[in-house]
Design a protein around this ligand. Sequence first.
Ligand code: AMP
Ligand code: GLY
Length: 423
Amino acid sequence: MNIIVIGSGGREHAIIKKLRENPEIDRIYALPGNAGMKEADCVPVGAKDIPAVVAFAQSHDIGFAVVAPDDPLVLGMVDALEEAGIPCFGPVAAAAQIEGSKVFAKNLMKKYGIPTADYAVFDSVSEARAYCRTAKTPIVIKADGLALGKGVLICQTVEEADDALREIMEDRMFGDSGSRVVIEEFLEGPEVSVLSFTDGKTVVPMISSMDHKRAGDGDTGLNTGGMGTIAPNPYYTPAVAERCMKEIFLPTIRAMNEEGRTFRGCLYFGLMITKDGPKVIEYNCRFGDPETQVVLPLLDTDLFTIMQAVRNGTLADVDIRWKDASACCVILASEGYPKKYATGFPITLPENPKHSAQIYVAGAKWADGQIVTSGGRVLGVTAVAPTLEEAVKNAYEAAGDVHFENAYMRHDIGTRALAAKGE
Ligand code: AMP
Ligand code: GLY
């Protein structure tokens, strides 16, 4: 069977590499993919160009599609492909709203009693400003719509909140995503990412992970798409997992069914483990990036079998297994990311990475027969080992053999998790 994977990042590269383990898959086309994806045929079709993706699928004997990024999901890529007779892994647009609108997600949680931060919604700047004067600091302000993972501002003072509201609602720094805002209570505690497979009836959490969102060591600097990940997350203990299943995962699946928005695909729970128990910080309607780069290497069951079962509503019949090991992914970014950075530098990759590490390429293109950098996050290096300590050490050693001129990485991926394990 030929399949297409829509998207172009490190997450998509990890999905493609995992799907390659299935011998029934012939060709994998990445739309648009990137220069580092040797396992796929990259086709210059934009991930949001629904008519072009459908036309490509119909003319290339495509038997299955994996829609990975949030934008095409929210825009209805799965609806269009399914309508054209191409089975898909990913939620329809009505279900993708769980990520596409924070207001929708918050109202859903309130209606169905799913634990999350208290909040209020505003579409008027003056009312939002007035509310901030009564709120406890820090004040968390979120643009309603998609904002490349950057639509959350944590304000320490009322003045900072005023500035944030001006930027989001008046200057529209996130475009129309900022026509409404959610203002919410600041929560404290360790964060855990739990990706899950669900066909709308059964929900199977994947191995838990921890992202490192800030640009600098010691969680300093600006928020990024993610500078590295580890799995499993030591804060996700069996007791926490049990509570999450009962109080969050199953209620969310049921709530979406009740609303007529059955979710099929990967539902990502961004959780904070507060002193009052686990609470939802955000939902994503897709695999996380770079969470996928540590979660999928630990999956012991065929990914394509799982994806087909999710699509067909037979997930309960699949026995999903995980390796008894740990993984660490270190992201190499272009110096200056997430602000301004230079690109176009040749990338040297080791022929055989140390410790059998995987290299997942995100921001690279061909130029004059060479692979050169083309994005903020350039690639991720993932190592799997029996212990987290070894996985971290091995990922950094393997990353040391990857070179490009302005490479930047954090040096403390996994440090917090290792400290927690020692507690
Ligand atoms: P999000 O894009 O929703 O994942 O938010 C980005 C980051 O902002 C999260 O990973 C948290 O670290 C932080 N954050 C979001 N909402 C809250 C909140 N209510 N309280 C504290 N931190 C938050
Ligand atoms: N790493 C966070 C996300 O994918 O949204």
